[in-house]
Design a protein around this ligand. Sequence first.
Ligand code: SF4
Ligand code: SF4
Length: 142
Amino acid sequence: MDDRISFECKRCGKCCQGDAWLRNLLKPSDVQRWRALGRDDILKYICACCCRLVDPEKDNAPWRHKDCPFLQREEGGLTRCGIHHVRPQVCRDFPVRKCTNPDCAEEFHLHDWLWQGKCEASRAFRKKMLHAVELKINDNGD
Ligand code: SF4
Ligand code: SF4
């Protein structure tokens, strides 16, 4: 039986707006990948020292209180990622995140946003997940 649980993004863009978590979670491996691809259009927004987003129009000042520079809006209010095929790992991994604690036995954790209810798709995903766990527990109890 296929027991995978799908995550269906509503394309609201909340996770890419304002001071959402993504901008602080870029990794050196993202930067290396963009360098290898010659993506100067992306790299101009990234500080080479700390991997944080910067504003190239304002002397590389920190990119704060603004939407992700790669977020695009469509008519009707839906959003899309302008660098979808090469987006950062953190954006690819959502709604899970890779564990950075070397003492932890788990490779991935569910992202905090899943529990904070900020993302509508996460709320639906969480419900499906809890339902699947419930079914499993009931199966094992038979
Ligand atoms: S907040 Fe959730 S539903 Fe909205 S764009 Fe991000 S992942 Fe998709
Ligand atoms: S890179 Fe794309 S998916 Fe990630 S925060 Fe920016 S617009 Fe959103």
